[in-house]
Design a protein around this ligand. Structure first.
Ligand SMILES: Nc1ncnc2c1ncn2[C@@H]1O[C@H](COP(=O)(O)OP(=O)(O)O)[C@@H](O)[C@H]1O
Ligand SMILES: [Mg+2]
Length: 367
């Protein structure tokens, strides 16, 4: 439905968006996920027409919205895209009704149509009773719902949302996240969502694009990106990762043997399928690597289990209670990574434990 080719936007010498290629399907909830400053907002503003790209093209179905080589730029109000921002950007001197009606007035809709459509949009976000209220008198969550209604009122083909929940406090954010999910199921509109929050990205999206320094690292379903990260950046940015330096001890066809730095007595086998779902790198004996695993894949044994492969001995250095889990600083060879475990797994400082790294759960990244 939406196709982006080679999109580039520079500010001085900084490429905020750097040759981005992307295709988004009809009806998707597509999320751009990445750290602050990676270019998410700039990408969204180029899509909405609030920013002029320096390179590339954007197509909505067969319609060319932007073509830098052909000097084509369709203005925002003719792009059929609704927009919601982190700051709700409501007009403070207007009522809820007037705020939501504004895009329809811009489009010269009739009085009857405006009344009908505004009522529908307010019903959609559960604010039909607040129509005459002045916008600033609403709570943050309500204001954001007005902004949503305003963005949806002219039945846009695409809804662009830039961190719409990040100004809300934690409880309200969780609630609004569930509401957005329901809205997504009720309204037939393609959504492009920008966030740096991995829970929002995982729970709302049909697909996620992980963005890093103006480029895309990986695009896939939440499950794909979480379980099969394509890059170390994708792995550490989305979800928790325990990562320690190591080296390749031997490399066979089915399995690679690695040693965590300083844990020579505990070689680990990594299956080649797990190792290289990701890149085409092949490893040679002696290569320095990063050994990475999702903490929930690690199994903890109080005693060394007999005959069990892929066990590494460790000592607990310190324990931090953080409510739903403990964060243990552990000694793993020469490294001291953090191992989060559910709060029913209680260990003490100085305790010795044996960690099982299941062969298929370990990723090795070249250094
Ligand atoms: N109007 C601007 N002028 C100069 N630099 C900008 C401007 N907008 C964004 N940038 C820079 O572009 C990069 C990407 O910014 P942005 O798209 O806002 O990232 P994100 O939304 O992912 O936090 C950052 O380095 C930022 O400082
Ligand atoms: Mg931003």
């Amino acid at each position: 439905m939406l196709k982006i080719e080679g999109l580039t936007k520079r500010y001085g010498s900084v490429a905020a968006v750097d040759g981005l290629d992307l295709e988004i399907l009809e009806g998707e909830f597509f999320t751009l996920l990445g750290p602050s400053g990676c270019g998410k907002t700039t990408t969204l503003r180029c899509l909405g027409g609030l920013e002029k790209a320096d390179g590339g093209e954007i197509f909505l179905r067969d319609r060319c919205l932007v073509s830098v080589p052909q000097h084509r730029f369709v203005p925002p109000e003719r792009r059929e895209m609704g927009m919601v921002f982190q700051s709700y950007a409501l007009w403070p001197h207007m009522s809820v009704f007037e705020n939501v009606a504004y895009p329809l007035k811009l489009r010269h809709a009739s009085r009857d149509e405006i009344r009908r459509r505004v009522a529908d949009a307010l019903r959609l976000v559960g604010l039909e009773a607040y129509s005459e209220r002045q916008a600033p008198l609403l709570s943050g969550g309500q204001q954001q719902r007005v902004a949503l209604a305003r963005a949806l009122v002219f039945s846009p083909q695409v809804l662009l949302l830039d961190e719409p929940l990040s100004n809300l406090d934690a409880l309200l954010r969780d609630e609004m996240r569930h509401e957005l999910k329901e809205l997504r199921d009720r309204v037939n509109v393609t959504m492009i969502y920008v966030t740096h929050d991995q829970v929002e990205a995982l729970s709302l999206s049909s697909r996620i694009a992980i963005m890093n320094q103006g480029k895309l690292d990986q695009v896939g379903t939440p499950q794909e990106v979480y379980s099969h990260p394509a890059t170390p950046f994708a792995q550490t940015f989305l979800g928790k990762t325990l990562s320690v330096p190591g080296r390749v001890a031997s490399s066979g066809s089915g399995s690679t043997k690695i040693i965590i730095e300083g844990a020579d007595d505990f070689p680990l086998h990594v299956s080649s399928s797990a190792e290289r779902l990701r890149t085409t790198t092949t490893f040679a004996v002696g290569d320095a690597v990063d050994v990475a695993i999702r903490p929930e894949q690690i199994r903890v044994w109080p005693e060394r289990p007999d005959g069990q492969p892929n066990i590494v001995a460790t000592r607990v250095r310190s324990a931090l209670f953080v409510g739903d889990r403990y964060e243990y600083v552990i000694e793993l060879g020469h490294s001291t990574p953090v191992l989060p475990l559910p709060s029913n797994q209680v260990y003490q400082a100085d305790e010795y434990l044996y960690l099982e790294f299941p062969e298929a759960a370990v990723t090795i990244w070249p250094k």
